[in-house]
Design a protein around this ligand. Structure first.
Ligand code: PLP
Ligand code: ZN
Length: 506
């Protein structure tokens, strides 16, 4: 819809002007740095940053009810730059002008109510938010849309030529980075570092197809991360890992969309997020905090992080109930079907601790939980969900297993509704489903396929037939007739079909 077609009093504030002043704040020493520099960690103390808007106070002059009107009417506009995560421009990166925004169809992913029988089985009302329906098929596009819009703006501002953007990745970050830099060809190019053999075939194919330089390294993600960090320290490259605070700003859109979807009623919601590098859970908490601060929502929803027993450093950290006694210890990871979360030393751990404390302080009560699930539970729950019409990835399965664990631990009461993050599309992790269906899981995954969840294709080739279609020269009409009738007989027998005439006669 064109803005002029809206009622006059609805038009106010719908097209955002670039405004505010953003700066990085170091979580270690508190120093501040201007945000129009390519900076990822504090030059003084090496800690990670949070990204803030210095004049955020001005947004408080607009009442929450007014913000809700702006976001809801803005959603009807046909302005491409506001179609994705930048629908929430003022909350994400208000310094970026609309003509620098890169929009490739990210965000506004659907929230699907769980199949009733699945709800009954788990014992809760819940929804999947299908973030696999983003352009590169994972939530990473939210952060990348923001980081690359920022870089697109900065390239002009600083007069840069063909900036090289780099990241290490468990697969999805590099797919998203390569997609967005591909769209900025001529201004930005990208190189990605992947742990060899630790990403799925689909995840390797994505950056290759988008034309990025792809490097494979021995080891796991944590090792590749060290290499890319050193590269960014010593050379002039833009880092697209989740150290990049702009990515987290983009990922806050996940929370804004949940609030909008539920008409800003977040009173009874629990939001489940799988934790890997812990960037996403940080962004989700920050997003809800932002909405709460501006009076856009009246309650901070419960946040439940989920980790596999094969990569659970955040879970272990929060096992200690006494805040003062908690100590963070990285863990050595074991193979996980929730492969994108197979991280033993999360880059954003200091951010999680900082934002979770603020979240609970503002809420005035316990709101953040982390639960642990097994590899077996993760993949079983993915399959159980997908057999009922969902399209969740292993991490979506991890969230569902996490919901079950949270109900058992009485973290989720019966009247609360849960939103589970299916962070990627099921197809990205199809290789794990294959291993499950063909009984070929290497023992270190600790997954034993359950017969009732396995599914295999049935090859039908009638024994009576000498030649079948495709096996040499074309069949004669007689041979073809035999092929059709014999195949029909066999398929009908396997499916136990009743003949029409039999039914009518009965
Ligand atoms: C990156 C990723 C995660 C983990 O998110 P973090 O921000 O690293 O905690 C989970 N699922 C998928 C599909 C991912 O790509
Ligand atoms: Zn510092």
């Amino acid at each position: 819809m064109r803005i002029a077609d809206l009622p006059h009093d609805a038009q106010q504030g719908l097209i955002p002007e670039p405004q505010g002043e953003m700066y990085y704040q170091c979580l270690g020493c508190g120093r501040e740095y201007p945000a129009d520099t390519l900076l990822y960690t504090c030059p003084q103390c090496k800690s990670v940053f949070m990204l803030h808007d210095r004049n955020a106070q001005r947004l408080r002059n607009i009442p929450g009810q007014e913000w809700r009107r702006i976001f809801d009417y803005r959603k009807t506009l046909s302005e491409p730059s506001l179609k994705g995560i930048f629908l929430f421009h003022e909350l994400i990166a208000p310094v970026i002008p609309l003509d620098k925004i890169v929009y490739l169809g990210e965000g506004h992913t659907p929230i699907i109510k769980a199949h009733p029988s699945l709800s009954a089985e788990i014992g809760a009302t819940f929804y999947f938010k299908n973030d696999g329906q983003n352009p590169s098929a994972s939530f990473k596009d939210r952060g990348m849309a923001c980081a690359l819009s920022y870089i697109n703006w900065l390239v002009d501002r600083l007069g840069l030529k063909e900036l090289l953007a780099m990241c290490a990745s468990t697969g999805d970050t590099s797919a998203a980075a390569a997609l967005y830099t591909g769209y900025l060809s001529g201004r930005v190019k990208s190189a990605v570092l992947l742990p060899k053999g630790k990403v799925t075939m689909q995840q390797l194919g994505q950056p290759l197809g988008s034309g990025a330089k792809v490097f494979e390294l021995p080891g796991v993600f944590d090792d590749a991360m060290k290499v890319v960090e050193r590269l960014a320290e010593e050379y002039n490259v833009a880092l697209l890992n989740s150290k990049n605070a702009w990515r987290l700003k983009g990922q806050e859109s996940y929370s804004y969309e949940i609030a909008q979807w539920f008409d800003y009623d977040t009173q009874n919601l629990a939001v489940f997020v799988p934790i890997g590098n812990a960037g996403n859970i940080t962004a989700v908490m920050s997003g809800f905090l932002r909405l709460y601060d501006l009076g856009i929502i009246d309650a901070l929803p419960k946040i439940v992080g989920v980790q596999s027993h094969h990569a659970d450093p955040v879970y272990r950290y929060y096992l200690e109930p006494d805040r003062g006694k908690r100590v963070f210890k990285p863990v050595t990871v074991q193979p996980s079907v929730a492969q994108a979360a197979m991280i033993g030393n999360p880059v954003s751990m200091p951010r999680v601790i900082h934002v979770a404390d603020e979240y609970e302080e503002r809420a005035g009560r316990r709101r953040i939980y982390v639960v642990q699930v097994t590899e077996q539970e993760i993949i079983d729950h993915m399959l159980i969900a997908n057999r009922r019409g969902h399209v969740v990835c292993t991490h979506g399965g991890e969230c569902l297993a996490g919901l079950k664990a949270a109900i058992k631990e009485k973290i989720i009461p019966p009247d609360e509704e849960a939103i589970l993050d299916s962070t990627a599309h099921a197809l990205k992790f199809a290789s794990f489903q294959d291993m499950y269906f063909s009984d070929s899981f290497p023992p270190e995954y600790e997954v034993v396929p359950r017969k009732e969840l396995q599914n295999r294709p049935i090859y039908v080739r009638p024994a009576r037939l000498e030649r079948a279609p495709g096996e040499g020269s074309p069949l004669t009409p007689e041979e073809f007739e035999v092929f059709v009738s014999e195949t029909v007989r066999e398929v009908a027998m396997i499916l136990d079909l009743k003949k029409k005439s039999d039914e009518q006669g009965a």
